[in-house]
Design a binder for this molecule. Structure first.
Ligand code: AHR
Length: 540
């Protein structure tokens, strides 16, 4: 309820509200666009001396599929391109990805993965076969970007590699040979072929996804059938000592709890008695759309307040999905040895008018920044089970980090949230009890605030706060227990418009700015949050 009655009284609250008005000029300008209602007064308690689980840095993972301009033009332009590149990879994109310390990249799909023939993507590029990308737009696939290009790209970015291997149209033998080609240091014909193709030392594959969406584009399987395929494939995952990739089973989408139940009930999935392998994780895919009609999802910009609220409501639903899939996993794996990898997530809108059909190119606005913040906060809350997530997708596809147009590159609001949230990679979660307030629009009722807190690997305590309400600011008083805070600073991402976004002509419309809306009053931290904003605070 707006203007909550849970307020327990802080003598400094008048000063706190005054502080709320004293915010950075950029934020003040943004807030000026908001309605002038009194900010809700909300409370929280941070227990800085009660360390929780590690927030795995892999939660900040990315997904790059052979889809639209995700790979070609997006990150790969080839060595002969006029666009500045390092051995074919765009320099601007490489620098941007390194800056946010992308921890892991999943490739080559997605639906593209399940009939991918790895042999198409090795050897001299001019001699590689040209195929049709039949799942995404029917465009030609040159195969210029293949195994070497992906694994070298991951090395250049400093990310772990997550290879999705075909099951639907694949064979265990093809997978076994692909792994030997990549991993073997022997004198085998496949290892020698890799050397002839320019790579002497074996590559590293950190994660191996056995199929993708096997209930759908990956083979339309029943879960019982997939489990049998999983048993078959995992029997042939062979790797030199110490080089065994961590195995990920293709999991459910949305609320397909039966899929999770059938997988977890199988002793091979949970115990994998052969060769001493073990299943590292099962996956979950979930996308947030403004409407339930996949043919008319809604547009990425120029949307209504209702579409804003519906999209965020969908993003918040991730919490229930993870909780319910995890509860099923708990029955079979109470120690939570097997993780849930949300290896596809993000906002999915109608693709931009005029863009190539099947390319899933969409703009990215302040709404996406909120979707990202809310979702990352949920992942943190489930850090015991969710130990990897891969936003869909990295460049030019769906909720992208980066958009490119020939030589131009734009960093999206989603990128900026990943940048602001870097401090949470491998941080230790701290309990933050929060009175989240409410944001009501017609029949839709959402919490106004979403929050998370952790002690970073730098020792600094960080709090992230998102105000989902596009009209109303909020004032939050946080009682900090177990930590003497001497100063606070932070960054904020907000704007006057719900659909504020960066374009190739105006790439700096929406960027994080310094946040001056937090003040200390003894052990109370008082924060004035602008409407529709994401804030990350550092408590020193
Ligand atoms: O990310 C786009 C597509 O969404 C992926 O290829 C597929 O796995 C999912 O349905």
């Amino acid at each position: 309820m707006r203007g909550s009655t849970m307020y327990r009284g802080i003598t400094t609250v008048a000063g706190a509200l005054a502080m709320f008005l004293w915010i950075a000029p950029a934020v003040a300008a943004a807030a000026a666009g908001a309605a002038s209602a009194e900010p809700a007064l909300l409370h929280a308690t941070l227990h800085a001396d009660q360390p929780g689980p590690k927030i795995d840095r892999n939660i900040y993972g990315q997904f790059a599929e052979h889809l639209g301009r995700g790979i070609y033009e997006g990150l790969w332009v080839g060595e002969d391109s006029k666009i500045a590149n390092t051995r074919g990879y765009r320099n601007d994109v490489l620098a941007a990805l390194r800056h946010i310390h992308v921890p892991v990249i999943r490739w080559p799909g997605g639906c593209f993965a399940d009939d991918y023939n790895w042999r198409d993507g090795i050897g001299p590029r001019a001699q590689r076969p040209v195929r049709v990308n039949s799942i995404w737009g029917g465009v030609t696939e040159s195969n210029a970007f293949g195994t070497h290009e992906f694994l070298e790209f991951a090395e250049l970015v400093g990310a772990r590699s997550y290879l999705s291997i075909p099951v639907g149209a694949g064979t265990p033998l093809a997978m076994e040979q692909w792994l030997e080609y990549i991993l073997s240091d022997s004198q085998s014909t496949l290892a020698q072929e890799r050397r002839r193709n320019g790579r002497d030392a074996p590559f590293k594959v950190d994660y191996l996804g056995v199929g993708n969406e096997s209930w759908g584009c990956g083979g339309q399987m029943r879960p019982e059938h997939y489990v049998d395929e999983f048993r078959d494939y995992t029997a042939f995952v062979r790797a030199p000592a110490g080089q065994m990739p961590k195995i990920v089973a293709s999991g459910a989408a949305d609320d397909n709890y039966r899929w999770t139940e059938v997988l977890m009930a199988d002793p091979v999935v949970t115990q994998m008695p052969l060769w001493g392998h073990s299943t590292e994780a099962i996956s979950l895919h979930y996308y947030s759309t403004p409407s339930d009609d996949w043919n008319h999802k809604g547009s990425a910009t120029g949307f209504t307040a209702e579409e804003w609220a519906r999209t965020l409501s969908k993003a918040l639903h991730m919490d229930e999905l993870i909780a319910k899939h995890s509860a099923i996993m708990d029955k079979y794996d109470p120690e939570r040895r097997i993780a849930l990898f949300v290896d596809e997530w993000g906002a999915w809108y109608d693709q931009e008018l005029g863009s190539t059909p099947g390319f899933l190119y969409q703009q990215n606005s302040l709404r996406d920044a909120l979707v990202a913040a809310v979702t990352l906060n949920i992942f943190h809350a489930h850090a015991e089970r969710v130990r990897m997530a891969n936003i869909a997708q990295m460049i030019n596809v769906l909720q992208a980090m980066i958009l490119t147009d020939k030589e131009k590159m734009v960093l999206t609001p989603t990128y900026h949230v990943f940048d602001m949230y870097q401090v949470f990679q491998d941080a230790t979660r701290l309990p933050l009890e929060i009175e989240a307030g409410s944001y009501v629009l017609g029949k839709l009722q959402l919490p106004q605030l979403s929050a998370t807190a952790a002690r970073g690997s730098d020792g600094v305590v960080h709090i992230a706060l998102a105000n989902l309400d596009p009209q109303h600011s909020a004032s939050l008083s946080i009682a900090v227990a177990g930590l003497a805070v001497h100063s606070v600073n932070g960054r904020v991402l907000t704007s006057a418009a719900m659909d504020a976004h960066n374009t190739f002509d105006e790439p700096h419309v929406l960027e994080p700015g310094a946040f001056n809306g937090a003040s200390l009053h003894g052990s109370q931290l008082v924060v004035g949050l602008p409407a529709k904003s994401v804030v990350v605070l550092d408590l020193h």
